[in-house]
Design a protein around this ligand. Structure first.
Ligand code: ZN
Ligand code: ZN
Length: 268
């Protein structure tokens, strides 16, 4: 019993966790500074802030935002106190290993997020869409702004954050603990991409083309509840599973593609 406890204590990397928290505060502040320095980012920030201010005039909207911020903070505490410390290391690692780890975590998470988002929150064909009522809160925003990434039911906050942290935890057991830098970069990418997907974005000029694409695709997802684009980090899994939604939904196009494939088979 004692040895189990001491091995648990040995693996509890509290110092690495403190560095990770410091790192996340640093990337948040650096992000704010960059937003002020790059005109395109500054303009988008203004547009989204103004849109948010208008939405906040509605008491029910403001109440929901406040409610979710509170629950987000409540979930973050146990995540950083109990789970994160067991996934980190301060031991030096080669840069390529960190890069591989970052990509693996993000793609692993995105695969399960795709399944959760599609089959629990939207698509009733397979499991009956059991949590549509939870996700319906997020979909009240048909044309979201950046801060609408946190306009969600608390249960969905728990599921989304839970899935992300569970991905890191499971992978750390399989691949060994992750370097603090890996953790900070991965967490920052996860939250910034989530925020960006909801951002009202106008610039389509180089180098912002891909950012424009990502934001537009998630806005297609919000335009109607039967839309596609279920993944959040990249649209790789939507592309693989035929749920890309370029603004006209995905189900009709997927059916047409199936029909064309059957016809081609019959002819061939
Ligand atoms: Zn959705
Ligand atoms: Zn969304």
């Amino acid at each position: 019993m004692n040895s189990a406890l001491s091995s648990l204590a040995e693996n509890y990397q509290w110092l690495a966790t403190l560095y990770a928290i410091g790192g996340l505060i640093f990337t948040t502040l650096a992000g704010k500074l960059i937003t002020q320095l790059v005109p395109t980012l500054k303009a988008a920030n203004r547009l989204n802030k103004d849109t948010l201010a208008k939405k906040m005039e509605r008491p029910s909207y403001a109440e929901n935002q406040a409610w979710n911020r509170k629950w987000g903070a409540i979930f973050i505490l146990p995540i950083f106190a109990v789970i994160v410390p067991f996934t980190l290391t301060l031991q030096a690692q080669p840069w390529w290993q960190m890069l591989v780890d970052i990509v693996v975590i993000l793609f692993f998470y995105d695969f399960f997020y795709y399944l959760m988002h599609r089959f629990l929150f939207h698509d009733s064909s397979f499991l009956g869409g059991p949590l549509m009522w939870v996700h319906a809160v997020h979909h009240r925003q048909h044309n979201p702004c950046r801060q609408d990434s946190s306009y969600i039911h608390p249960l969905e906050v728990a599921m989304g954050l839970g899935l992300f942290v569970a991905s890191i935890f499971v992978l750390s057991l399989l691949m060994g603990p992750f370097h603090v830098v890996t953790f900070v970069v991965t967490w920052t990418a996860f939250s910034q991409i989530n925020l960006h997907n909801h951002t009202l974005w106008t610039s389509d000029r180089f180098p912002f083309k891909y950012m424009n694409y990502l934001s537009r695709m998630h806005h297609n997802h919000h335009a109607k509840f039967t839309g596609g684009n279920f993944a959040t980090i990249t649209l790789l899994y939507d592309w693989m599973f035929g749920t890309i939604d370029d603004g006209n939904g995905w189900q009709k196009r997927a059916a047409a593609q199936r029909k064309a494939a059957t016809e081609a088979n019959a002819q061939g």
